[in-house]
Design a protein around this ligand. Structure first.
Ligand SMILES: Cc1ncc(COP(=O)(O)O)c(C=O)c1O
Length: 416
């Protein structure tokens, strides 16, 4: 009886106005994570999701973040009121300083503003929406790139093209990138990863960045920097901002999407900022008003909690100091895991060369494993990674790395 009561009649089902909706393809990384979570095997390893894990394999809440949250709890003036459409200004001002450098002449000349966004993804999205309204052109993203770039620019109405970035032969930067910069229509938008390129872990050298800037200048291309890993790549916030600051010094106008998901461990709080750098300070209030119009219609105003945490960390000298130490510790742990993995594969004489593991930078390594090798690791060895061979080094620790290396060794020897 109760079963019958819960059944939906075929007639009612057939009357739905949404029967024409097809299933959208799942996100490969999130799908992989769901399969990992459902696996009961105690020795399972996840190197799929790009989120930092401690030596114990656990998510990490930074001490500076805990302290900031305590300060908020103790502050009688803290509340849960709406933020303005452009977000928390003490946070966005600090985020602009963080990426451009506190004593940047651009800030002194009022040629930069920040606009709070829903993490790095939201900063890219509102930036792309603004560009689409006022500076429509072709948008180029790297191949391969972080899974969302194509979708974000495509959904904003851009024609999106790819520039070859990865060279499988050298497991480094593909020289044809420079040819694409030269052959792209003048005034194209190029999405550039400021540091710690996702998924390849390959960053241009300073010399290569200089060449990128030189060609982009000649061609009047527009740089849209995606900075999701400032401080996380080298462990040094200024060093990781080198590429952006070099482009600023070369006189570019540009957009910069900043995420505080990784470097402050605030993944789910969605803390981000869009920095606009322009030649004419007079246009900034106008651009700001149009960003407000865009977000008003999308989500009205950004979330407050994470922005308040970030603002306290960025603006309180003791917390900022502690942050830099914790950031370096996270980056160092990742670097140690890279060295350990390289040493283990070398010790086992795993066929192939593996120096790219220590040459690459940031959370990810593009291993060069084939699709079949990746599928075998997932299907038979409880090692979860996406099948382009990208691994998140943060998923490795001293307890699981030997088993991980042994399984890599096995698939390389036995699977094509
Ligand atoms: C290159 C790149 N850009 C942007 C993001 C956006 O991250 P979030 O929206 O969580 O800040 C990520 C996250 O993995 C990324 O790797």
């Amino acid at each position: 009886m109760s079963n019958r009561m819960h059944q939906v009649s075929e007639h009612l089902k057939a009357s739905s106005q949404f029967n024409n909706v097809n299933l959208a393809p799942p996100d490969p990384i999130l799908k992989m994570n769901a399969i990992y979570k459902a696996d009961p095997d105690p020795v399972k390893i996840s190197v799929g999701v790009g989120a930092y894990r401690t030596e114990e394999g656990k998510p990490y809440i930074l001490n500076c973040v805990k302290k900031a949250e305590r300060m908020m709890l103790d502050d009688p003036n803290n509340d849960h009121e709406y933020l303005p459409m452009a977000g928390l200004q003490s946070f966005t001002d600090a985020a602009v300083k963080l990426i451009l450098g506190a004593d940047s002449h651009i800030i002194k000349e009022n040629r930069a503003i920040g606009f709070q966004a829903i993490s790095g993804t939201g900063a890219l999205r509102v930036g792309a929406e603004l560009l689409n309204r006022f500076r429509k052109s072709i948008a180029y993203v790297s191949k391969p790139t972080w899974g969302n770039h194509l979708a974000i620019f495509g959904d904003c109405g851009f024609e999106v093209r790819e520039y070859q970035y990865w060279d499988p032969a050298t497991r480094g930067l593909n020289e044809s990138f420079f040819d694409t910069l030269r052959s792209a229509p003048n005034g194209s938008i190029f999405v550039l990863h400021g540091c710690a390129h996702n998924p390849t872990g390959v960053d241009p050298t300073e010399e290569q960045w200089k060449l990128v800037a030189k060609i982009m200048k000649e061609k009047n291309h527009f740089p849209f920097f995606d900075c999701a890993y400032q401080g996380f790549a080298s462990g040094d916030l200024d060093k990781d901002a080198w590429s952006v600051r070099y482009f600023v010094d070369q006189g570019f106008e540009m957009f910069i999407a900043q995420s505080f998901a990784k470097n402050l461990g605030l993944y789910g709080e969605r803390v981000g900022n869009l920095t606009l750098v322009v030649h004419n300070p007079d246009v900034l209030p106008k651009m700001h008003s149009n960003l407000c119009k865009i977000v008003r219609a999308m989500y009205s105003c950004p979330p407050a909690h994470g922005a308040k945490i970030a603002s306290l960390v960025l603006n309180t000298p003791e917390l900022y100091k502690e942050w830099t130490v914790e950031l370096k510790a996270m980056a160092d742990r990742i670097k140690e895991m890279r060295v350990m993995l390289f040493d283990l594969l070398t010790e086992m004489k795993t066929p192939g060369t593996w120096n790219h593991i220590t040459d690459q930078i940031g959370m990810f390594t593009f291993t060069g494993l084939t699709q079949n090798q990746c599928k075998t690791l997932v299907g038979e060895h409880h090692i979860y990674l996406i099948d382009n061979g990208r691994i998140s080094i943060a998923g490795l620790n001293t307890k699981n790395i030997r088993r991980f290396a042994e399984k890599i060794d096995w698939v390389v020897r036995n699977i094509q």
